[in-house]
Design a protein around this ligand. Structure first.
Ligand SMILES: CC(C)(COP(=O)(O)OP(=O)(O)OC[C@H]1O[C@@H](n2cnc3c(N)ncnc32)[C@H](O)[C@@H]1OP(=O)(O)O)[C@@H](O)C(=O)NCCC(=O)NCCS
Length: 175
């Protein structure tokens, strides 16, 4: 359930956009942004299930004076999988998707979405953040590198059109 507190905007100085949690009402607009800018489309129920399961880290960026105008979003999921070196199960924060409409790019929207969502994922006791990105998507790769993601491997033909993905990981070192 979403409360007023959950959707209270986080004000970012000097920027013409704000960030808040995604709500059910935003999902069609989020889907529209995705369809405009990424070749990977998801059915509505997919967005809904991410929102239901991981609402804290599903964030949207919207125009300052128009809360329904979604210009970017980020969604994550938590995966519980065996660790590489033992049978112990560990939590990974998996970046499902991030996108920003063209007219707002290079203004820090994606960085703000990552900065605000990563601490939410951390609260779920994750050992690492992981993501896949097209090897040709140099802009996104540099964005992730600026958030300390490192290329750990290549997933061959990961995308439907046959393009390879970099598997990028940001490890969390716990004291
Ligand atoms: C990748 C994407 C999310 C970046 O969004 P953004 O809001 O423009 O990113 P930011 O403004 O926060 O950029 C932060 C930094 O990332 C790097 N970066 C972002 N886009 C870049 C680009 N096209 N080329 C080179 N570096 C880029 C830069 O270092 C940038 O800092 P700078 O502008 O001070 O140089 C956006 O281009 C997008 O939506 N692309 C289409 C969808 C997509 O590829 N999603 C990722 C799928 S894995």
């Amino acid at each position: 359930m979403t409360t007023d507190k959950d959707t209270k905007p986080i004000f970012l100085e000097k920027n013409p956009y704000l960030i808040r949690r995604c709500t059910f009402k935003d999902l069609e607009n989020v889907k529209e942004v995705n369809e405009k800018v990424l070749p990977e489309d998801y059915p509505f129920f997919f967005y809904k299930s991410i929102l239901d399961k991981f609402p804290e880290s599903f964030l949207v960026s919207y125009k300052k004076h128009d809360p329904d105008y979604i210009l970017g979003y980020i969604m994550w999921r938590i995966e519980r999988i065996p660790s590489k070196n033992s049978l112990r199960l560990i939590n990974k924060g998996h970046l499902v998707s991030i996108a920003v409409i063209e007219s707002y790019r290079r203004t820090g929207v994606a960085s703000a979405l990552l900065s605000k969502s990563m601490p939410e994922i951390l609260k779920q006791n994750v050992n690492e953040y992981v993501l896949e990105v097209r090897v040709s998507n140099h802009g996104a790769v540099s964005l992730y590198q600026s958030f300390d993601f490192k290329i750990e491997g290549i997933k061959k033909k990961y995308y439907k059109d046959g393009e390879n993905a970099y598997y990028m990981v940001h490890k969390i070192y716990k004291a």
